[in-house]
Design a protein around this ligand. Structure first.
Ligand code: NDP
Length: 433
């Protein structure tokens, strides 16, 4: 940790994983002997670059770009790009580290990586976003490829940004290498269900946790945070499974809608108009907007944090537990603080950590790569079936692994141990590299 000062999120992610791995110590001394944990503290490669671009007023702007190619034991580096003003090296490293185990849990041949920039897309014109993406890819293109490193979207990077990035990659390399990026548009190499996959997957994982305790979504109130890609499709799947999603949020506050969030209206505001969540309450009688505050104050049986890291702390966990929450499934990466996770564990709340619960997104990205490699395009039904099977399988793996290592019902231990073992075994097979 001394080698990585000022990177609290990275330290938090390492601690959480390595604490869970203590259960492996006696049965697997080879992991220590081979220095697996020491090696995993250091990404294989970290790229940091200047991203200069010109805004609509003609002023030169400079942002910082990152790509952390963390671990390629199981396949090419794979993980999203995040454009948000809070992005720094520590955040990208924490996300890249988590991605290794998440990708391992999917059972698909993908390594772990992550990237992004401190560019803030809010309030920028399409032309500004395009110029920024083109400049970002002008450096990134030399590091990525179908067999090397395959970026995707994350916060602030959706279909529009992937389009500009892919266009610039194609222009610079003179190659139509569809498998170099995922999250592409359907007409140019994208996959059905990719847009929905993370939100759907986190909800399917929650459904499996509920079933494991003899419950279901039927008639239950559900709190969802965020109103971006993950949150929107979590809300859709909750509704399909018979639950009532009553909240959505953004960085300005949250809305409560006791009749259930109107998905069409939310999509119109967020996906088409790129507006704020307060606009939803302005246009829906049954909804109230709460400026600031915590979305977790709303009484619910299931919570799906789908916005950002550390958005659900100990106080929020106490409120949720007091309101009788049964299950929490992380659509976002590391949205619950370690204190909150401990409180859920003590209270017997089923808790699905992001690296398991939100793995549906990257799993469907790997399915997009499969379609690109075979120049095929699967139907929605077939792709969704593959996604559902993968999520059910991840849930079962976590549960069985937790049981095997004497921690029944602890999805955190199950996910960390199951994800880690495959990566560690491959690293041992390759020797010290
Ligand atoms: P989007 O950019 O589509 O949406 C992010 C949402 O979270 C927005 O509503 C945003 O509000 C809110 N948000 C972001 N930062 C903050 C903050 N600091 N405080 C409060 N609200 C915030 O991103 P995604 O939906 O794609 O990603 C959400 C989470 O899911 C992230 O943790 C991401 O890493 C994770 N994830 C995403 C995957 C994917 O496939 N997209 C895959 C796996 C994980 P505002 O507009 O006000 O900033």
């Amino acid at each position: 940790l001394r080698r990585n000062p000022g990177e609290p999120e990275f330290h938090q992610a390492l601690r959480e994983v390595f604490d869970s791995l203590e259960v492996l110590q006696d049965r697997h001394p080879e992991y220590k002997d081979q220095g697996i944990i020491t090696r995993l503290c250091e990404p294989e490669r970290q790229i940091i670059f200047r991203v200069p671009w010109v805004d609509d007023k003609g002023t030169v702007q400079v942002n910082r770009g990152f790509r952390v190619e963390y671990n390629s034991a199981l396949g090419p580096y794979k993980g999203g790009l995040r454009f948000h003003k809070s992005v720094n090296l520590g955040i990208v490293k924490f996300l890249g580290f988590e991605q290794i185990f998440k990708n391992s849990l999917t059972g698909l041949p993908i390594g772990g990586g992550k990237g992004g920039s401190d560019f803030d897309p809010h309030g920028k014109s399409d032309a500004e976003v395009m110029r920024f993406c083109q400049s970002f890819m002008t450096e990134l293109h030399r590091h990525i490829g179908e067999y090397t490193d395959v970026p995707a979207g994350d916060i602030g990077v959706g279909a529009r940004e992937i389009g500009y990035l892919f266009g610039q990659f194609k222009r610079l390399t003179n190659r139509y290498e569809a498998g170099v990026l995922t999250g592409k548009g359907l007409d140019w190499g994208g996959s059905l269900v990719r847009k929905e996959a993370t939100g759907y997957g986190a909800t399917i994982f929650a459904d499996e946790m509920l079933k494991a305790r003899g419950e279901s979504f039927d008639g239950k109130r559900v709190a969802v945070s965020g109103s971006g890609n993950v949150a929107i499709y979590a809300i859709e799947k909750v509704t399909q499974l018979g639950g009532l999603a009553v909240t959505a949020s953004d960085s300005s506050g949250y809305v409560v809608d006791d009749k259930g969030i109107d998905l069409e209206l939310l999509q119109q505001i967020k996906e088409v108009e790129r507006g704020r969540i307060s606009d939803y309450a302005d246009r829906r009688d049954s909804a109230t907007f709460v400026s600031g505050g915590s979305v977790w104050d709303v009484p619910v049986a299931v919570a799906l944090p789908c916005a950002t890291q550390n958005e659900l702390d100990a106080d929020a966990a106490k409120t949720l537990i007091g309101n009788g929450v049964l299950a929490v499934s992380e659509g976002a990466n590391m949205p619950c603080t370690p204190d909150a996770v401990s409180l859920f564990r003590e209270a017997g709340v089923s808790f699905g950590p992001g690296k398991a619960a939100n793995a549906g997104g990257v799993a469907t990205s790997a399915l997009e790569m499969q379609q690109n490699a075979s120049r095929d395009a699967w139907t929605f039904e077939y792709t969704e079936k593959r996604l559902t099977d993968i999520m059910v399988n991840i849930h079962r793996t976590c549960l069985e692994t937790a049981e095997e290592y004497g921690r029944p019902g602890d999805y955190v231990v199950g996910a960390n141990v199951a994800g880690f073992r495959k990566v560690a075994d491959a690293m041992i097979a390759f020797g010290v590299i």
